[in-house]
Design a protein around this ligand. Structure first.
Ligand SMILES: [Zn+2]
Length: 93
């Protein structure tokens, strides 16, 4: 099972949100500080070669078993917390 919560998607092969053309998106340079910060957060600016659309797209998408993994991680967290609590109680009593 793939344990990654987020999967990097190939934006260059996805559709333009404006004109719906496939594989027309290219990465655009960050023009200001806001875009540079957003780029660090994996929200990169892109532009469309066929219609000139320019905007930001998330380069990551949720993995197929995202919710299963979230439940698994929450369960593991609670189990760990329970074990630590049990241990601390027996240690200090
Ligand atoms: Zn376009």
């Amino acid at each position: 099972m793939n344990l990654k919560l987020l999967i990097k998607k190939n934006v260059q092969l996805s559709r333009c949100p404006n004109c719906n053309t496939i594989a027309s998106l290219r990465r655009s340079r960050s023009r200001n500080i806001t875009e540079k910060i957003l780029k660090k957060m994996k929200v990169s600016p892109y532009f469309c070669q066929s219609c000139g659309w320019r905007g930001r797209l998330l380069t990551y998408k949720l993995s197929r078993n995202f919710f299963k993994l979230i439940i698994l991680y929450v369960f593991l967290m609670l189990a760990t917390a329970y074990i630590v609590l049990k241990f601390l109680r027996s240690y200090f009593d």
